[in-house]
Design a protein around this ligand. Structure first.
Ligand SMILES: *Cc1c(COP(=O)(O)O)cnc(C)c1O
Length: 371
């Protein structure tokens, strides 16, 4: 380890990666483990890359305790492409239910409409995406092909802290989860999931690879016009190598999985340590926001995101000053999403709690000087 101290990077994605991973990538850039080639230069069909993707899948499965009856796929196209790929694979009856709890699930619904009849099981837009209605109030269609939800709304800062049990709600539809911005941040209750997907660039690795976790019983349902490269069954049969996979992104993601498995915090290790630190980081920031007279977050406390914390200044005119001073203090990429304004701190796994302490100290000091 070089011991470099870098600024803290709060980007919503592409987002910060663990420094030891970046350093290993740099060290191996032109010669991966003495084979005389960098990972970007090797055939995806060769033994070196096969060992890289096998290790990545193995470590990912053990990190998230993915059951054997789920296929793990490394795909391309990001979360937005999955909004089309999922209905092309699962909407056999052409009926898709969507829970709209923020900007990303609203986009998923709009895209699914190209392929299916879309029904909102609930929609919190009128409330400004600040809450999640109780499952007993959702309107689920008995013959829906699946129910889509976004487990963490990256823009609005709304997170499901528990996935719904659709069986218990009397629905036989599989649950599809867009977990782009909270995958790997906490355990996943696989017993409630039919299919989950997420782009890598929030919490997993570089942009370019999309993780898909598909219950094997849902494979083989693709519509005839589904592109072969996006047919989950075909991709699964070919070990994510129907076409050339995003090899470099998979390699870096694999190093992140290995880093996460060894991560330690307060005597915990692996995903338990990561989740504990994520809980502590989010609590530090929300506690500050709730006692601040200048900054605030309006999301209902029970559904506040651990990963993405949007917040606003009582004096919006001060936002640019705050962003400028934060950057000068080594706190980068805190600008809110363009659709919302304000500020947003993303607290993905690679953000240490020291970064959140530094952020809270900075905001506190800013409030004293400008409040
Ligand atoms: C970022 C994001 C997406 C879109 O991801 P792309 O990789 O840009 O397609 C979709 N859903 C959620 C929840 C996201 O955070």
């Amino acid at each position: 380890m070089s011991g470099i101290r870098r600024p803290f990077n709060f980007s919503a994605g592409p987002a910060c990666l663990p420094l030891p991973v970046l350093e290993q990538v740099a060290a191996e850039m032109s010669d991966w483990q003495g084979c005389g080639m960098g990972v970007m230069e090797m055939s995806h069909r060769g033994p070196q890359f096969q060992s890289i993707i096998d290790a990545a899948e193995h470590d990912l499965r053990s990190l998230l305790a993915v059951p054997d009856d789920f296929a793990v796929l490394f795909m391309q196209g990001g979360g937005l492409a999955e909004n089309a790929i999922v209905p092309l694979n699962l909407a056999m009856r052409g009926k898709v239910d969507v829970l709209v709890t923020g900007s990303w699930s609203a986009k998923s619904a709009a895209e699914a409409r190209k392929y299916a009849d879309v029904h909102f099981a609930a929609n919190t837009e009128a409330d400004g995406y600040r809450s999640i209605p109780s499952p007993s109030d959702w309107q689920l269609r008995p013959d829906a092909d699946y129910l889509h939800l976004c487990s963490n709304e990256t823009i609005d800062g709304v997170e499901f802290h528990e996935l719904p049990d659709l069986d218990a709600l009397g629905s036989a539809a599989p649950l599809v989860v867009d977990c782009s911005s909270n995958q790997l941040s906490r355990p996943m209750d696989w017993s409630r999931v039919g299919l989950a997907f997420g782009g890598a660039q929030k919490n997993v690795g570089p942009a370019g690879v999309t993780l898909v976790f598909a219950r094997r019983s849902l494979l083989g349902r693709a519509l005839p016009h589904c592109p072969s490269a996006f047919d989950y069954q075909r991709v699964a049969e070919q070990g994510s190598m129907y076409n050339t996979p995003p090899t470099f992104s998979i390699y870096v993601a694999g190093l992140v999985f290995r880093w996460a498995l060894k991560f330690e915090y307060l005597g915990l290790r692996g995903l338990a340590a990561i989740e504990r630190q994520n809980i502590d980081k989010a609590a530090l920031l929300y506690e500050f926001l709730d006692r601040s007279s200048l900054f605030s977050n309006a999301v209902a406390p029970s559904v506040r995101s651990r990963m993405n914390v949007p917040f606003f200044l009582r004096e919006p005119a001060l936002t640019d000053t705050c962003l400028r001073e934060a950057a000068a203090a080594g706190l980068l990429q805190l600008k809110g999403h363009k659709s919302k304004g304000g500020m947003r701190a993303s607290l993905y796994n690679a953000m240490p709690i020291e970064g959140v302490r530094a952020l809270v100290n900075f905001l506190q000091d800013f409030e004293i000087r400008h409040g």
